[in-house]
Design a protein around this ligand. Structure first.
Ligand code: 13P
Ligand code: SF4
Length: 357
């Protein structure tokens, strides 16, 4: 539905009153009614870089989910405050890797005699304390835009042929990148299940593995199936299938193209008029692409898959409330990561930002 004109006017007036004192960041999965007020939009990699782009703005309103706001807090100065318009905007994938679980897994890797070979890499979609764990243990952060370069960097940290990666928390991004971009065999990828003793793995399996994948997934992208791909191919002649690497391996291997949300946008912008596309990523973005490109035939890969419910929690009423609170001199919903966690998480984030490319 179109956004309430009264609320649109209130958001516009509050933003105008705040002027340069507020910088609004919007992830591509946000609702249209919110994204229209973003000063910059992007995928999580671009937003991590953009967060630091306005050091003079005391308030950063982050229209996205909790882990992204934490990263913005880590990458901006102490004088800046990061505001998440709804504190319930979390991420189910990030919640699948909790620090005590990861520390237990690491202890098990030490007991198995493999920890010295292991470099921990965490997807951006993780809490600040998991990023700090990676920073402290010689690892780095990656996003879906640079997971291949981050894995190459990780294997380069160990003598040739000896390195292993503990990949947190998205098994699909880890597996897809390892197998499709790095040439690692599927059999060399094992899954660590934090709810089973020793991750459900034997010491031999840990010794033989190149990739130890955390058993986490995205509750949106994980729902696209091989059948959705087969069905679209059977019904839309000449369709190009474009998916995000958080999709399952059997979906990604059946697709024509795979990449981050920024890659998906660039691909559609460059596509021929009249071409047909089925896109497997969050629905707000797919709808926006379809609206922006009426000369191309754009559909959602599987109509039974829903919006990301936590991304959608940031709606216009919450944004208006956050902006108007700032105008009134109150700073609501501040995301503040403690100093020690910040220090080590920044190490892991900086290793990512320093990667080539
Ligand atoms: P990117 O922004 O890295 O493409 O990730 C998608 C996502 O699921 C963010 O929550
Ligand atoms: Fe988390 Fe998936 Fe939603 Fe992204 S789309 S915020 S990974 S649940």
């Amino acid at each position: 539905p179109a956004s309430d004109p009264h609320l649109v006017e209130r958001a516009r007036a509050a933003k105008e009153a705040l002027g340069d004192r507020v910088f609004v960041l919007g992830h591509h999965y946000q609702r249209d009614e919110v994204i229209q007020f973003a000063d910059v939009t992007g995928d999580s990699f671009k937003l991590a870089k953009d967060a630091a782009a306005r050091p003079d703005a005391p308030y950063i309103v982050f229209c996205g989910v909790h882990f992204m706001a934490e990263s913005a807090d880590i990458l901006t100065s102490d004088a800046q405050q990061v505001i998440l318009p709804d504190l319930a905007a979390g991420c189910s994938m990030a919640d699948m890797a909790l620090l005590p679980q990861v520390e237990d897994a690491w202890d098990a890797l030490v007991d198995a005699g493999v920890a010295d070979d292991v470099v921990p890499i965490t997807y951006m979609n993780s809490s600040a304390d998991i990023k700090a764990f990676c920073g402290r243990n010689g690892g780095a952060v990656c996003t879906s835009s640079n997971a291949d370069v981050a894995l190459e960097w990780a294997f380069d940290q160990r003598p040739e042929g000896t390195g292993k990666v503990l990949f947190l928390p998205d098994q699909h991004l880890g597996r897809n990148t390892a197998v499709l971009e790095m040439g690692i065999a599927l059999e060399e990828c094992v899954v660590w299940n934090p709810h089973r003793p020793n991750g459900g793995l034997t010491v031999e399996e840990l010794r033989d593995a190149k990739m130890i994948l955390w058993k986490g997934h995205c509750s949106v992208h994980g729902r696209f199936s091989a059948e959705s791909v087969d069905q679209i191919r059977a019904t839309v002649p000449g369709v190009n299938i474009l998916v995000h690497p958080e999709c399952r391996h059997e979906v990604v291997t059946r697709a024509d193209l795979v990449g981050s949300t920024e890659f998906i946008i660039r691909t559609i912008e460059a596509a021929e008029p009249g071409s047909s596309w089925a896109i497997g990523t969050e629905l707000n973005l797919v709808k926006r692409l379809a609206d922006a490109h009426p000369d191309k035939n754009i559909s959602f890969l599987d109509r039974t898959v829903c919006y990301c419910s936590t991304m959608n929690r940031i709606d216009l009423p919450h944004l208006v409330w956050a902006l108007e609170s700032l105008v009134a001199g109150q700073v609501p919903n501040v995301i503040a990561v403690d100093a020690e966690t910040q220090e080590w998480a920044r190490v892991a984030l900086q290793r990512m930002l320093d990667l080539p490319g």
